[in-house]
Design a protein around this ligand. Structure first.
Ligand code: TYD
Length: 213
């Protein structure tokens, strides 16, 4: 099973990925967790290029770098893992590209869908958990974690995080649009609930999916 997590930066995805991995392992399943961009030696180098705040990258350049990282990860790691029966939990997948490069940067959505399809080797998530919160709440969380004064541009933030509040508003509404178009796989969760409550909702959804399969 391919399970993806999505959300704007600071939504609490990594906590839920860890909890879900433990839960699935307790059920006796083999589980691999990965995060994008990155996950292979080349994809990790692409990650550094993308997140280094001093790098000035065009929107199309950014799109193709995220796609290149995904192509490496999908072909070399995700496909073989799924073929061997391992569950893969992915912290971000192509919905991030649609939300950030499509809705956030304003790139053409049809062109993007084609690039997403190619980069993902045709893979699509069985279920996507979207942790939803406002950009204001997300950035506030991030700043309090890093003990920074609240300002939407800072050298302490990575290149993507420095994109500003309006960018994050567009990204969030992009996720809402993706959810409306993919009701079968897309599960929206309130990221302001406690981590334990969010985990319970995720487990309930997966139990229902397992019962069907
Ligand atoms: P990361 O530190 O992994 O952020 P997070 O913990 O929020 O997942 O950085 C990844 C950044 O890259 C994040 O800002 C989202 C962005 N991103 C895109 O813009 N497009 C993509 O296709 C992906 C996978 C990530």
């Amino acid at each position: 099973m391919l399970i993806t997590f999505e959300g704007i930066d600071g939504a609490g995805k990594s906590t839920q990925v860890t909890k879900l991995k433990r839960h699935l392992e307790e059920l006796g399943r083999e589980v691999m967790t990965l995060r994008e961009p990155g996950g292979t030696p080349v994809a990790e180098q692409i990650r550094e290029l993308l997140l280094e705040s001093r790098n000035d990258i065009t929107p199309v350049g950014e799109l193709l770098l995220f796609a290149a990282s995904r192509a490496e990860l999908a072909q070399r790691v995700i496909l073989p893992a799924l073929e061997s029966g391992t569950d893969v939990i992915l912290d971000r997948f192509f919905d991030s590209t649609t939300a950030y490069q499509g809705y956030g940067r304003g790139l053409d959505l049809d062109m993007l869908a084609e690039i997403n399809r190619i980069a993902s080797c045709g893979l699509s998530p069985d279920v996507t958990f979207f942790l939803d919160l406002t950009p204001e709440d997300a950035l506030m969380r991030k700043f309090s974690e890093k003990s920074l004064p609240l300002a939407f541009e800072s050298e302490e933030l990575d290149r993507m995080e420095n994109s500003g509040l309006d960018f994050y508003r567009r990204v969030r509404s992009g996720y809402h649009a993706i959810g409306a178009e993919n009701p079968d796989r897309f599960v929206t969760l309130d990221a302001l609930l406690s981590p334990a409550e969010i985990h319970r909702e995720i487990v309930a959804k997966l139990d229902a999916l397992f019962a069907k399969s």
